[in-house]
Design a protein around this ligand. Structure first.
Ligand SMILES: [Zn+2]
Length: 400
């Protein structure tokens, strides 16, 4: 299949689809890989050729995108899509001044436990379809609204139906029934719950936030991640969202793939992330700060220091109920002073890195042919036209 009529192609892999975006020997422009009047050849679901349309090889099938821009499909490396119920009332109260402390998660836990498998599956599939309609082609999905062995297994089993990037988040909060015995709940999470969930999960995650009475301390988070690693899972961590806590330090020490939020960082945290470049990504979730009316993470400080940065939605019913990566890109540019190019790279290659994947997030020869088409002549419109329905995943199903 030949995709042509591309006014502007951004490969995030150089103009020939062969230069790694992290090849620092190449210029920033070369790494971004912007090609005017471009074409892409897709074969067996993979990118087979990238370059100027004038030089494209012949193909069985031609898809003309009509002068639009094409970018790599977004990699949303942080979401919580398996839940029932909504928390619009909590959002309204928060806008009127009620602070966020993580306690509302219990509301989603109750609604999720009460939902049937079919109800949860339908809700999950609708949310993934919404993401795809906004240009996202890979999504990580966490459990964490079940918080019993059966409900966590069920969440991950359903998540596995829509993505390989599934994350066990039994340590999201201490559930209401376990408030009086945190240790017993951690024994459950690190024991029978982990054992039952591991077959359906690639990753383990923990909400490490000593400032919240509902989340977990450094020692508790270390226990969860160490147990997860022993069970063969990769590590991720929610940290430094509400205060400059121990999350970043712990994630770097344990070699986690990503530490997510990074809103409150000390100089030592930033230094630790610089030292962990290539191993631990700082994933920023500015939709959360937007939806909780909180200060944004200092993306410039991280980028200028040389930290690997990703952008993701954190799509969840409490603190950020949006599935839109274009919205996140717009926030990153407007509110965190990232350039449109930095934001696009963080939303594609950055997310791929946070999932330790090299086959997604770039339009490179051999990579998955996950393309997003923009109703725009250039990728800058993602930030320039916030809130507009600009991006959609290119449907290449007839080719597969
Ligand atoms: Zn989250």
């Amino acid at each position: 299949m030949l995709v042509t009529g591309i006014a502007e192609l951004v490969t995030c892999a150089g103009p020939d689809g062969a230069t790694p975006v992290d090849d620092l020997a190449a210029s920033a422009a070369d790494r971004l890989g912007v090609v005017a009047d471009a074409a892409v050849v897709v074969h067996d679901g993979r990118v087979a050729w990238v370059g100027p349309a004038a030089g494209a090889p012949p193909a069985d099938r031609v898809v003309d995108v009509g002068g639009r821009a094409v970018v790599p499909g977004f990699v949303d490396s942080h979401s919580h899509l398996v839940y029932a119920g909504d928390r619009a009332a909590e959002f309204t109260a928060r806008m009127a001044g009620t602070p966020y402390d993580g306690g509302g998660i219990g509301v989603s836990v109750a609604a999720t436990r009460a939902a049937s498998d079919d109800e949860l599956r339908a809700l999950l599939r609708t949310r993934v379809a919404e993401m795809r309609s906004l240009g996202t082609t890979t999504v990580e999905v966490k459990s964490g609204y079940g918080l019993t062995v059966d409900d966590e297994v069920r969440s991950l089993r359903l998540a596995r139906e829509v993505t390989d990037e599934t994350t066990f988040l039994g340590a999201h909060v201490v559930p209401p029934e376990a408030r009086d015995d945190r240790d017993a709940y951690l024994d459950l999470v690190c024991g029978p719950m982990l054992e039952a969930c591991a077959p359906y999960a690639r990753w383990v995650d923990v909400f490490c936030e000593p400032a919240s009475p509902h989340a977990f301390t450094e020692d508790e988070a270390r226990r969860v991640l160490t147990a997860g690693a022993r069970a063969g899972l990769g590590l991720r961590l929610h940290g430094n969202q509400l205060s400059a806590g121990p999350g970043v330090r712990l994630a770097v020490e344990l070699g986690a793939a990503s530490v997510d939020h990074c809103t409150y960082l000390t100089d030592a945290d930033v230094e630790a992330l610089v030292g962990a470049a290539g191993t631990t990504v700082a994933t920023l979730l500015p939709g959360v700060e937007f939806s909780t009316r909180s200060p944004y993470p200092d993306a410039r400080r991280l980028l200028d220091a040389g930290v690997d940065v990703a952008l993701a939605t954190d799509c969840n019913p409490g603190t950020c109920n949006t599935a839109s990566m274009p919205f996140v890109v717009a926030l990153a540019v407007r509110e965190m002073r990232m350039t449109p190019a930095e934001a696009l790279v963080a939303a594609t290659v950055g997310g791929a890195r946070a999932l330790r994947r090299t086959d997604i997030g770039r339009i490179a020869v051999g990579a998955r042919a996950d393309l997003a088409v923009l109703e725009a002549p250039s990728f800058e419109h993602l930030a320039y036209r916030p809130g507009m329905p600009l991006a959609r995943a290119l449907d290449r199903s007839p080719d597969e």
